[in-house]
Design a protein around this ligand. Structure first.
Ligand SMILES: Cc1cc2nc3c(=O)[nH]c(=O)nc-3n(C[C@H](O)[C@H](O)[C@H](O)COP(=O)(O)OP(=O)(O)OC[C@H]3O[C@@H](n4cnc5c(N)ncnc54)[C@H](O)[C@@H]3O)c2cc1C
Length: 323
């Protein structure tokens, strides 16, 4: 049978690597199951300017490589594979990797752990019109992160909920023009957010109603979008510097369904509000959650990393209590 690890961390974004660094420095020799696409969301971007201490900014993939090496340096082990299933109903916890096991047969790869930190992050929903290749080069899913790059530029926001309003309000401080493209003839955002956008910034924020972005174009950077009216199917090609997609996020919690409590949008629930001893603990004692897989509000690299540190300290202290 496999050795039982003290801590296994699932996920390798800022939350996972920060947790790994702390648990490694506490001599817990954590194993990071980093996923096939290690490094998380910052691997999809170019310059990160809001990572504290990096005065000149740092490229997202470089930052993640540095975090990975720092965790390794202190003894974290890293396996770049996806977790496909977990069994948190028994101790030690079971974490399964690899393909689907043969019917009735044992799974191909199993790891055992006394404590687990779930840091599988979230993914921004995309339009799926080819915009992903322009991520970090004209396409963004985070105005708080990227709005300052669009000073005096023409920007578009896609969406109609509170998140889209927040993106528009973050952009309006920098951009020359902010145009919201929305599929319906009214927003579903809260009234107060709508008022801030439509009334307080009527001079700079415009809306194209009943419309969707049906295409994108550009060489290295995004330069044009095709906006289609969903009622008349009329299309127009518009020049653009920045396209901000705010149609929602999907937490990576599929494999935890039935194992851990999730909220109605699928985010992992932790005991944060309970002010218990271990605020990052999930519904299963000994399983902790951190980063964007829990946090649908702040969604920043530095908040995810801080959250990872909290989970690592909670896991460490919880393990100490187990004796
Ligand atoms: C394009 C873009 C630009 C951004 N720019 C900035 C910025 O400038 N500044 C900023 O602060 N924030 C930025 N963000 C937000 C920031 O990247 C996230 O808030 C942060 O990465 C969240 O970290 P995390 O560790 O919680 O999760 P993630 O970064 O999402 O990492 C989760 C990891 O878990 C892995 N994983 C998922 N499922 C499994 C599984 N089953 N098994 C194993 N591994 C799994 C994934 O492969 C991934 O590596 C940006 C986001 C995007 C998309």
């Amino acid at each position: 049978m496999n050795e039982v690890r003290k801590v296994i961390i699932i996920g390798s974004g800022p939350a996972g690597y920060a947790a790994a660094l702390y648990n490694a420095r506490a001599a817990l020799v954590p194993l990071v199951l980093a996923g096939g696409k290690w490094g998380g969301q910052l691997m999809l971007t170019t310059k990160v300017e809001n990572w504290p201490g990096s005065n000149e900014g740092i490229m997202g993939p470089d930052l993640m490589e540095k975090m990975r090496q720092q965790a390794k340096k202190f003894g974290a082990e890293i396996v770049d594979k996806n977790v496909t299933a977990v069994d948190f109903s028994k101790r030690p916890f079971e974490i399964h990797l690899g393909g689907v096991p043969p019917a009735g047969g044992p799974p191909s790869e199993v790891y055992l752990a006394e404590a687990v930190i779930v840091a599988t992050g979230a993914e921004a929903k995309m339009l799926e019109v080819g915009e992903e290749k322009f991520l970090g080069r004209g396409v963004s899913t985070c105005a708080v992160c990227d709005a300052p790059f669009y000073k005096d530029k023409i920007t578009f926001v896609v969406g109609g909920g509170d998140a889209a309003m927040e993106e528009a309000l973050a952009l309006v401080k920098h951009a020359r023009e902010v145009i919201i493209v929305h599929r319906r003839d009214q927003f579903r955002a809260s009234q107060i957010m709508q008022d801030r956008v439509l009334k307080d910034h009527a001079d700079k924020i415009k809306v194209i109603w009943d419309s969707q972005v049906a295409g994108v174009a550009g060489e290295e950077n995004l330069t044009k979008i095709v906006v289609e009216n969903v009622k008349t199917q009329a299309k127009q090609e518009l020049a653009v510097d920045g396209l901000f997609i705010a149609i929602g996020h999907k937490p990576n919690t599929q494999i935890f369904k039935g194992q851990l409590e999730l909220d109605k949008k699928g985010y992992l629930v932790t005991r944060w509000g309970d002010l218990g001893n271990f605020p990052t603990q999930t519904s299963v004692t000994g399983v902790f959650g951190a980063g964007d897989v829990v946090d649908f509000r702040y969604r920043q690299a530095v908040t995810a990393a801080g959250f990872g540190v909290m989970a690592a300290l909670d896991a460490e202290r919880w393990l100490e209590q187990q004796g």
